[in-house]
Design a protein around this ligand. Structure first.
Ligand code: B12
Ligand code: SF4
Length: 511
């Protein structure tokens, strides 16, 4: 019997809408973990990787020859690559199995299932292995409802969603050979733990990876870093963990274990990390000198609205503490709430410079529709105010909602202006040469993405014209009516089988 052939594909960004963040130029690690796990478990299988971020095109692969096709995508990747998905659907064998995972499949499984046989709505390793084991002509054979974290279209034509499970074993390492064709990477992504115990209202991350914090073993982590380094030459790692500093002892052990390596790390944390400067400095000595913090805002009202559970009055001082110790801070700053008018947006942008954040990314609040219906999850932006099905969908640098208090194009302009406000003030505040250089290099990368945002302003102006009064107030009834005409039937279909109303499901999903 010939070896099972598997193709793993990462869909890429739309060329017209690049990401503002230079950090975003690296690979998304989720598909690498799933592919590596499958390859470890099925050593006889032949596994190929197609990475669109590096210019590879699925159409150039022998799609007809694969038994299993795995696809990973954010929402923006999905809607930027519909022709590619159609090509895959047309050329793949009828008896092949196609599984989609990652954020888009997880939050809009019904959209992923237009192309895939099964969508994975959470951690993907074990469900993928199980689905491959039950592979049969035309997708999967027999019942699959006992496989957790999946969605599929049942024989009755309805969406089916199985139970959600967060797995204990998270120690898979990325197989370095999957990165063999990588260009010179600025950052290599790697995951050391999964889960975050908090529950910020806008956060979709905990819905994917859960609220229970689980770590890999320290020797496994070091071996994985060394393997990726040996393969790619990269010495800088983006640690994709949702909240790396959740456990002090874990951070301490990782810091000790990598002390003698020439590596640098950026990891995600919360602002309270500044309260433990001993740990911050210990980690800094091991290369952890950059963090991406969920700062979100300086405004107590905004922080309360997001359930951030931080004291706004301490934000600035904590950020200064990092700056004084030459620890670089990146942060997404979210705009789009009704309390955030043009003046508030400019104030927040200026505050970022005063608080000495080096790398703020100004983004738009975003939501998927039907999250409450499908999964019982909280949703702050109602379905009808979400701008869907375009290449900028859920790409937070681009406005993806109809705000009530200003036109979407005005919000996009305010996001763009925020960078000018920020840089002007930051160069007044920042005197240290090293930090000024960092600001300059970030300013250059923002300049590269201006074109995409300006293009998006034009798109929004066209889209929004009928929906706003001359003064810029949303005509909500009109928008609701149009939404109903376009998506009402989908919502009603989803309502027949969605699991949001089941308390046990919603509770497990929120964990
Ligand atoms: C770290 C992170 C970043 C980092 C690094 C990104 C990178 N290059 O890897 C930074 C800060 C740079 C970043 C930037 C952006 N990010 Co980001 N990011 C994350 C975060 C917090 C963790 C991602 C991660 O790697 N986790 C660890 C791995 C192991 O988990 P995973 O990727 O989810 O994979 C698991 C499952 O999803 C599943 N799976 C994944 N793929 C596949 C494929 C198959 C076939 C199967 C079966 C299963 C499967 O199995 C995996 C393992 O169990 C996620 C939230 C999350 N996932 O928890 C947001 C998230 C992915 N980011 C998001 C966004 C929007 C962006 C940006 C577009 C933001 C922007 N500027 O507009 C950019 C895009 C950059 C990029 N290249 O993707 C959104 C995606 C929204 C959406 N629905 O599409 C998320 C979900 C954040 C959120 N809303 O909570 N991000
Ligand atoms: S702290 Fe970060 S990862 Fe945790 S719930 Fe809040 S936004 Fe999500």
């Amino acid at each position: 019997m010939s070896a099972l052939k598997i193709l793993a594909i990462q869909l890429g960004f739309h060329p017209d809408y690049p990401d503002v963040s230079t950090l975003a130029t690296t690979y998304n690690d989720g598909i690498y973990y799933v592919a590596s796990f499958v390859a470890d478990q099925l050593p006889e299988a032949q596994l190929d990787m197609c990475q669109m971020f590096w210019g590879e095109n699925p159409a150039d692969f022998p799609l007809e020859s694969y038994d299993v096709i795995l696809v990973s995508a954010l929402a923006t990747h999905f809607w930027s690559n519909i022709p590619t998905l159609e090509t895959i659907a047309r050329r793949r064998r009828k008896d092949s199995l196609m599984i989609m995972g990652g954020p888009h499949a997880a939050f809009a499984p019904h959209e992923a299932l237009k192309y895939a046989d099964v969508a994975v709505i959470g951690e993907g390793e074990l469900p993928t292995l199980e689905l491959i084991a039950r592979r049969a002509v035309g997708g999967v054979g027999g019942p699959i409802d006992d496989i957790p974290n999946i969605a599929w279209i049942g024989d009755d034509g309805r969406l089916a969603i199985s139970d959600v499970k967060r797995f204990e074993k998270v120690s898979t390492a990325i197989r370095p050979e999957l990165l063999a064709r990588a260009p010179r990477l600025h950052w290599a992504t790697v995951s050391m733990s999964r889960g975050c115990p908090f529950d910020c209202s806008f956060c979709y991350a905990i819905r994917l990876l859960g609220r229970r914090f689980r770590t890999k073993t320290v020797p496994d982590i070091v071996a994985e870093l060394d393997g990726i380094h040996a393969q790619t030459g990269c010495t800088r790692f983006y640690v994709t963990d949702l909240n790396f500093t959740t456990r002090r002892d874990f951070c301490h052990q990782v810091a000790q274990a990598v002390r003698d390596r020439p590596y640098k790390f950026i990891s995600m944390s919360r602002i309270n990390h500044a309260d433990d400067m001993d740990l911050v400095l210990e980690m800094k000595a091991s290369g952890f000198d950059e963090y991406c913090l969920g700062v979100e805002s300086e405004d107590p009202g905004v922080l309360r609205a997001f359930n951030k559970k931080v004291d706004a009055s301490e934000q600035t001082e904590r950020l200064w503490r990092f700056a004084e110790n030459d620890v670089y801070i990146h942060s997404a700053i979210i705009f789009g709430l009704e309390a955030q008018d043009q003046g508030a947006i400019r104030r927040t942008a200026r505050w970022c410079a005063d608080a000495r954040i080096v790398h703020p990314t100004f983004v738009c609040l975003a939501e998927y529709p039907f999250q409450n219906l499908l999964f019982g999850a909280r949703q702050d932006i109602e379905d009808h105010r979400i701008i869907m099905e375009v290449p900028t969908y859920q790409h937070y640098s681009f406005v993806g909602i109809f705000p009530r208090h200003m036109r979407p194009s005005d919000l996009q302009r305010a996001i763009l202006d925020s960078y000018d406000v920020f840089f002007e003030r930051a160069f007044e505040v920042e005197t240290r040469p090293q930090r000024r250089m960092r600001l300059k290099s970030y300013q250059r990368s923002v300049a590269q993405s201006r074109g995409g945002m300006e293009r998006h302003i034009g798109f929004l102006e066209n889209l929004e014209t009928p929906y706003y009064t001359r003064e810029g107030t949303l005509k909500e009834d009109l928008l609701l009516g149009d939404f109903e005409a376009r998506h009402g039937a989908t919502r009603d279909w989803l309502a027949q089988s969605a699991r949001g109303a089941e308390p046990a499901f919603a509770k497990a999903y929120a964990r």
